[in-house]
Design a protein around this ligand. Structure first.
Ligand SMILES: *[C@@H]1O[C@H](CO)[C@@H](O)[C@H](O)[C@H]1NC(C)=O
Ligand SMILES: *[C@@H]1O[C@H](CO)[C@@H](O)[C@H](O)[C@H]1NC(C)=O
Ligand SMILES: *[C@@H]1O[C@H](CO)[C@@H](O)[C@H](O)[C@H]1NC(C)=O
Length: 350
């Protein structure tokens, strides 16, 4: 874990820069911007998923392919790369390998100083890529196929973003998405001082923040947004590789903007990136006892010996729940973009 500390400090440094971007005026003009996407789906069979740490949760098929989405922002002095990849987490070894590959092609343009890699935290993609005993225990060690798929996906997405750089600007918008996330530990939350709780309307964050990238020619290039929710609509019985609710939302957005083209194609790139999602669940029906259906949100246990307590919903099964949560978040994000496109059309007519 020691090696994580300098990495975290570095990420924090970049994150501060990122926050500065967020806090600046709503329209940030005159950048060079590039967006790119590449497939990162690893082995879809026989490999234990990363997330639930359940050794019998091995892949046996595919629900939704996973992708890496890259965004390059350059203000003429400095270049910054943000990547969001559909995976459970990102480790230092993945990052180092991506940087090594980028160095071969681009020299010192992309280094640990300006490349930030984030993962959506889906719990349904193949594990074994962290090179750390604790994280790779459930996969019984390193899985080269998982590692390579993620590294190659990230690298390719950055290459594509690099090749797509054009002049553009950035718009930042905030909205609210209701009924798409709940607090996983409301009893713990209630231990916070009342004076603090009184500052907030809800016991989880409902704000969606979106950065919209628009070309100098007014063509929409892509978006990155952040909404706090775990990509765990697909539960720990799922054995189909999936990007879960966040990946699904990306696919919906990209489909809309890319003239309904097939999944993973089209120039417009939309990342639904991870943010303050700790203890935030998408399973909005809340924790219930498996058989009695009784609310078990206080103790997380049920009276029977074998009866489990787990959260689900809002759909009738995990596939429907994934779709419902994805559509809710997508809808808010898409409305912002639609409003922007509308405004650009008006401007064009004037
Ligand atoms: C979608 O189709 C329209 C009309 O055919 C075209 O103007 C636009 O550039 C297309 N957009 C993308 C992202 O391919
Ligand atoms: C479950 O019960 C707790 C109180 O024991 C309550 O705060 C919570 O809203 C209930 N959840 C649901 C989904 O009914
Ligand atoms: C997972 O979802 C399926 C429905 O898709 C349900 O049958 C199962 O009980 C759920 N299990 C857990 C542990 O959430």
């Amino acid at each position: 874990m020691d090696s994580l500390v300098p990495l975290l400090l570095k990420i924090r440094g970049l994150f501060t820069l990122w926050l500065l971007l967020l806090l600046s005026p709503a329209i940030l003009a005159s950048y060079s911007i590039g967006v790119g996407r590449a497939d990162s789906t690893g082995p879809t069979a026989e490999i234990v998923f990363m997330g639930y740490a359940k050794m019998d949760q091995k892949g046996n098929g595919l629900h939704l392919r996973t992708f890496s989405r890259a965004f390059i922002i350059d203000d003429g002095e400095e270049r910054f790369v943000f990547v969001s990849v559909d995976s459970a987490m990102i480790g230092n070894d993945i990052r180092q390998e991506v940087l090594r590959k980028l160095q071969i092609q681009f020299g010192n343009m992309y280094t640990e100083r300006n490349v930030m890699i984030s993962s959506t935290h889906t719990h349904s993609s193949p594990g074994g890529f962290m090179l750390d005993v604790l994280f790779d225990l459930t996969t019984f060690g390193f899985v080269r196929e998982s590692f390579d798929a993620i590294v190659n996906g990230i690298t390719k997405s950055i290459e594509r973003a690099h090749d797509a750089v054009v002049p553009g600007r950035i718009h930042i918008i905030h909205g609210q998405v209701l009924d798409a996330n709940i607090n996983r530990s409301p009893q713990a939350y209630r231990n916070n001082p009342k004076s603090e709780r009184d500052k907030y309307e809800y016991d989880v964050d409902k704000i969606l923040t979106q950065m919209q990238f628009i070309g100098a020619d007014d063509k929409p290039l892509g978006v990155v947004n952040w909404f706090a929710v775990h990509p765990t609509s697909m539960n720990n019985t799922n054995r189909l590789v999936s990007s879960d609710n966040m990946g699904y939302a990306s696919i919906l957005f990209e489909k809309m903007m890319n003239n309904n083209t097939v999944i993973g194609k089209g120039q417009f790139v939309a990342a639904f990136a991870s943010t303050n999602l700790g203890d935030v669940s998408p399973n909005t029906r809340g924790p219930k006892c498996e058989f009695s259906g009784k609310n078990c949100s206080d103790q997380y246990t049920c009276p029977g010996i074998k009866e489990k307590c787990f959260a689900s919903g809002p759909g009738k099964n995990m596939f429907e729940s994934t779709s419902i949560i994805a559509h809710k978040i997508y809808q808010e994000a898409a409305d912002f973009m639609a409003a922007q496109v509308q405004a650009l059309r008006q401007k064009g007519r004037n």
